[in-house]
Design a protein around this ligand. Structure first.
Ligand code: PXP
Length: 243
């Protein structure tokens, strides 16, 4: 039976550690295999314009060897579109990208960038790549994704992860409401960014959410427990929360 809540493991920061010294170790492709072994349903990798972590060669090797779906995170640029169309990964998640940012700091402005994004959604979709838009949990963004014909949206959980108390409860409600709105309109909702063992359960419990993409925390935790244990624990917490 297919899982109702999938775990996509983002391996970018295995590549960050490798690139700190150059060379080949630790290999993100090996991490992808370990994650799959421990219960990941898919692997996510962000090929950034500046190649600061994942490289073109990593994508080549993942596409050649991975047996679970690859979700390619990409900016809406011609270069990335060419790469996606050449490899045809299972999925592509369009993210905003700024060179100076440390990580993807906010969602796409799907409403304000309709014309630019429509071209990418159409080209990727025509190549049978499942397109997702990384957006804030905001009804205007969900409606914009609907107008764009995106089959999937991924809600940015960064704010949820970084605030506390009442602000976190408010943000959780925003995510739950946005997920319900997306699902009602036939869009599959996903979520990710900043999720940890401590904050994943309420997000995993949102019934419409079909996939969580989690990276930095899992790779950090792997230093202490190993990647398999870190992924297996996240998987168990998600399953428990989903009931
Ligand atoms: N989803 C998207 C679209 C992202 O850009 C990222 C970060 O690369 C993640 C999920 C994973 O976030 P984190 O590494 O904080 O778990």
């Amino acid at each position: 039976m297919p899982r109702t809540l999938r775990l996509g493991v983002n391996i970018d920061h295995v590549a960050t550690i490798r690139n700190a010294r150059g060379g080949e170790h630790p290999d993100p492709v090996r991490a992808a295999f370990a994650a799959a072994e421990a219960g990941a349903d898919g692997i996510t990798a962000h090929l950034r314009e500046d190649r600061r972590h994942i490289t073109d060669d990593d994508i080549d090797r993942l596409m050649a060897r991975l047996e679970i779906p690859l979700n390619l995170e990409m900016a809406a640029t011609e270069e990335m579109l060419d790469i996606a169309l050449r490899h045809r990964p299972h999925a592509a998640c369009i993210v905003p990208e700024k060179r100076e940012e440390r990580t993807t700091e906010g969602g796409l402005d799907a409403a304000g960038q309709h014309n630019q994004l429509a071209y990418f959604v159409e080209r990727l979709g025509a190549a049978n790549i499942r397109v997702s838009l990384f957006i804030e949990p905001d009804p205007a963004q969900v409606e914009a994704a609907l107008r764009l014909g995106a089959p999937v949206v991924e809600f940015h959980t960064g704010r949820y992860a970084h605030v506390e108390g009442e602000a976190r409860a408010d943000e959780l409600k925003r995510i739950a409401d946005a997920a319900a709105l997306a699902a009602k309109n036939g869009i599959e909702p996903h979520a990710g960014h900043g999720l940890t063992f401590d904050n994943v359960a309420p997000i995993a419990a949102i019934p419409q959410i079909a996939e969580l993409n989690i990276g930095h925390f899992l790779v950090g935790e792997a230093i202490f427990t190993g990647l398999e244990a870190s992924v297996a624990r996240m998987r168990a917490l998600m399953d428990e929360a989903r009931g």
